[in-house]
Design a protein around this ligand. Structure first.
Ligand code: FDA
Length: 367
């Protein structure tokens, strides 16, 4: 008999949920992570008593009551509602696009006036068969919203001109004809009271963990001590990049501690002008209604991804999708390795989705 039933590579949400559920069923688990902390991308670093979302702003939202109840069974969530703002040339606009935004743009006061304005601009553009992202966006929301609130932000995010990006990136652009700044349509949303680390601690309570431990440095040794490996790292790395490297977009974060209580009055402000190099400023204390005397703000700069950098957004174009399929075929032939989570599945997952996916996997294994 081996020392562990499972060695779980990666202490992010997928690994932590899997470990918790396996442990609950009497299985012996060891969770390792190459980072010096647990939690993966939901990890918060405490600065000046404020939980700073180290890997980008994280807001939990879901329509699924069972997932909401599940995460709330480890830590209670607060009532934070995401209502970001956009700053364009010093003017502020509410997001998502709603009656407040339309009033700020055109002083229109009724849904009909707003719809007429948008229809007028869409018709004037004459675009019937959009060939790129710019044409697609204008054909959906007209020129004002596109130029002020979409173009610069999107070009910074992708590092390419909107006219060079494929139309399919934007399938739809939700327009809301009510005065409602709540970004998500989901029934449940919030932030764990006391921060995301409480969720991770709850999930991994009583489970053996080792941080600053890279699976690939002792791959054979880990395989030798466990019946099965749960792998939530990069699938291409697992197979020594035999089909090539899967590509990502990355982000660079610049944190600043400010000697003032409140910098921007909101957790998230997007900067939608092309010439401002960052896409957003996050003021972390507002996620938890913090009253600390100082504040921490983070500027978010999208950038190209190279090996050694954090991989954030998979580039699901044809080339990468085909490459991933080759890796997935190899993975499906493994008897004792379970692949899961955003890096192993080369997929953008929201938190509620990755929790659900881990629970589905647990059910398929343990019944
Ligand atoms: P995650 O990356 O968290 O965990 C994988 C772990 O494996 C990492 O800790 C890594 O160090 C470890 N690992 C990799 N290789 C290893 C190796 N060789 N050896 C040991 N350890 C290894 N979702 C949402 O619902 N609301 C939101 O607001 C946001 N916001 C957001 C912002 C940004 C910028 C991004 C990129 C993503 C979000 N998300 C989000 C998504 C959220 O971050 C995501 O759903 C989960 O973190 C995914 O959890 P995983 O466990 O799959 O990966």
């Amino acid at each position: 008999m081996k020392q562990y039933d499972f060695v779980i590579v990666g202490a992010g949400l997928f690994g932590a949920v899997f470990a918790h559920e396996a442990n609950k069923r009497g299985k012996k688990c060891l969770v390792i992570d190459k980072r010096n902390h647990l939690g993966g991308n939901i990890y918060c670093e405490e600065i000046e008593g404020i939980n700073v979302h180290k890997y980008g702003a994280h807001i939990f939202h879901t329509n699924d009551k069972s997932i909401w109840d599940y995460v709330n069974s480890f830590v209670e969530f607060n009532r934070y509602t995401n209502s970001p703002l956009a700053n364009f040339e010093g003017e502020l606009y509410n997001l998502p696009f709603n009656m407040n935004t339309f009033y700020q743009l055109w002083k229109v006061k009724t849904p009909q006036e707003a719809q007429d304005k948008i229809n007028e601009q869409v018709a004037a553009s004459g675009i019937t068969d959009p060939q790129n992202l710019e044409e697609q966006a204008i054909s959906l929301v007209g020129t004002d919203i596109y130029h002020k609130l979409i173009k610069g932000y999107t070009e910074k995010q992708w590092g390419r001109k909107a006219t060079e990006l494929p139309a399919f990136i934007i399938k739809r652009l939700p327009l809301r004809f009510t005065f409602d700044n709540n970004y998500f349509n989901d029934k449940y949303q919030g932030i764990p009271i006391g921060g995301y680390n409480k969720l991770t601690e709850g999930l991994l309570n009583g489970i053996e963990v080792k941080t600053s431990t890279d699976f690939f440095e002792k791959r054979e040794a880990f395989k030798a001590i466990a019946d099965k490996i749960v792998f939530t790292g990069h699938i291409d790395e697992y197979y020594d990049y035999c089909f090539g490297k899967l590509e990502y977009r990355s982000l660079r974060f610049e944190n600043e501690v400010l000697d003032q209580e409140n910098y921007q009055g909101n957790a998230v402000v997007n900067y939608t002008e092309a010439h401002i190099p960052f896409t957003r400023i996050i003021e972390h204390k507002h996620f938890e209604f913090g009253k600390q005397s100082k504040t921490v703000v983070t500027k978010e700069y999208p950038c190209e991804w190279n090996s050694g950098m954090e991989a954030y957004y998979p580039i699901n174009d044809d080339k990468n999708t085909e490459m991933f399929k080759l890796y997935r075929t190899l993975a499906s032939e493994e008897k004792d390795v379970i692949f899961g989570g955003r890096l192993a599945e080369y997929k953008y997952y929201d938190m509620h989705q990755v929790v659900a996916s881990a629970l589905v996997r647990v059910k398929s294994i343990f019944g």
